[in-house]
Design a protein around this ligand. Structure first.
Ligand SMILES: [Zn+2]
Ligand SMILES: [Zn+2]
Length: 298
């Protein structure tokens, strides 16, 4: 009964409006943990990475705090033909072995013999590229270069940073958005299948270090515009430095963060950041917001 009524209304609305928006594909379901505690200083019996599948084809990894205080997040996304690893960790950590285990288990679940691997970076800072050398000689693997020219060329970005690029992993397209400001080669990745937007060090619950304030302001503006026009389910960055207490972050180099803010940020925080950053154009100052801090670098 209900569905018949709804169908009638839907038909009427299509007839009545020639420019009705096209129905968009559903996003895939998944789950982001609210608590990503990375442990304390003691590495005894502590795996180097905490791993949580968002769903079968999208894996979230976090480096244990005892291995490096930055405890960055890494992401492994599977298409039919290629997997993409977004960042390779900080300091000395055996990231390739963990990634290989995850890929092997994906392959056996899919009854597939092999899959190519693309290793890309949210940006070129040391705490996101430290494991690169472990992948350089891995078979069937491409490690994307770290500078702007290499990122542009690989993802087919015509004009940096105004244009976006993309990569098709096989039945899974990721959009690549240049977002310089924190670092010149910063990018965000948008996964059309889950609606997840990966924002690196540009937007996360913590200290948003801004190197180039004008570029950062433009990037946040473009990111905000992108989110307004796409179905974004989660915005996941590369660190958590904020505590659960509003306006309060953990001091720099804190290892043990038992009362951390959740990883996932939403559109409200991005809209707020955009409006704050717009007002600061030309005169950036350190500004604490409820869930993050804008932190211009000298
Ligand atoms: Zn960084
Ligand atoms: Zn970082």
């Amino acid at each position: 009964m209900t569905s018949r009524v709804l169908t009638g209304i839907a038909t009427l609305s299509v007839v009545g409006c020639a420019r009705a928006p096209q129905p968009r594909a559903q996003v895939e379901a998944g789950r982001v943990e609210t608590n990503w505690y990375a442990g304390g200083t003691d590495c005894t019996n502590q795996p180097q990475f905490r791993v949580q599948p968002y769903n079968d084809d999208f894996i979230i990894m976090r480096q244990a705090a005892c291995t490096n205080y930055e405890k960055p997040f890494l992401y492994l996304v599977f298409g039919r033909d290629r997997a993409l690893l977004f960042d390779t960790g900080a300091g000395h950590v055996d990231v390739a072995a963990r990634v290989d285990t995850l890929i092997q288990s994906w392959l056996s679940r899919k009854h597939q013999a092999s899959i190519a691997l693309v290793v890309a970076h949210s940006h070129a800072h040391g705490d996101h590229v430290a494991g690169d050398s472990q992948f350089v000689h891995r078979p069937n693997t491409i490690v994307v270069g770290r500078d702007t020219a290499a990122v542009r060329a690989f993802f087919g970005i015509q004009h940096w940073p105004a244009d976006s690029g993309s990569i098709d992993l096989g039945g899974r397209v990721l959009d690549v958005l240049p977002i310089p400001g924190h670092q010149p080669a910063s990018i965000a990745l948008y996964d059309r299948r889950t609606g997840i937007l990966l924002t690196g060090d540009t937007f996360y619950p913590g200290r948003l270090y801004v190197g180039d304030t004008a570029a950062f302001a433009n990037s946040i503006d473009r990111l905000n515009d992108f989110v307004a026009h796409h179905r974004v389910t989660h915005m996941l960055g590369a660190h958590v430095e904020q505590s659960r207490t509003p306006y309060r972050d953990y001091p720099i180099r804190t290892v043990d963060q038992p009362e951390e803010h959740q990883l996932d940020l939403g559109r409200a925080q991005l809209v707020e950041l955009d409006s704050v950053v717009r007002k600061m154009r030309g005169h950036f100052t350190r500004t604490a917001l409820r869930d993050l801090t804008v932190w211009p670098q000298p």
